[in-house]
Design a protein around this ligand. Sequence first.
Ligand code: CMP
Length: 146
Amino acid sequence: DRERTFVMVKPDAFARGLVGTVISRLEDRGLKLVGMKVEVLDEETAHEHYAEHTDKPFFDDLVDFITSGPVVPMVWEGEDATRQVRQMIGATDPLEADAGTIRGDYALDLGRNVVHAADHEDEGANEREISIHFDDDDLVSYEGHD
Ligand code: CMP
């Protein structure tokens, strides 16, 4: 089904000038960009965004990292967009991410892994994450003009 999925370019990739690369890869795959912004997350937003990881040993490092510089939250739309994006991004751990995936080609380590995307196995993740970063009227509708 046609759906919207949440993707966020992380501070490591922003600092390395990889925002355009991430966008190009998703565009090349035929996905449509529906919303995008540049922001520095405050601690509260970071906690909300990574709420499912609150109890993990790496949580504090994760929050420090994700608030350390600009990020680019985006919403992409397309057929099975969530699974398409997950496949293109590759595994969380760069050692397990296949070459040809975004992380397989650019990630430096487990934390600095270029991009975050909503988990397709976590129903409701897209809606939850989109609503943390965007208002409804921040997102365009392509209906009638794509
Ligand atoms: P992301 O898809 O943004 O979701 C949670 C993030 O936590 C994940 O990508 C990794 O960047 C990060 N992460 C997962 N495991 C670890 C770990 N063991 N140490 C540090 N960061 C981790």
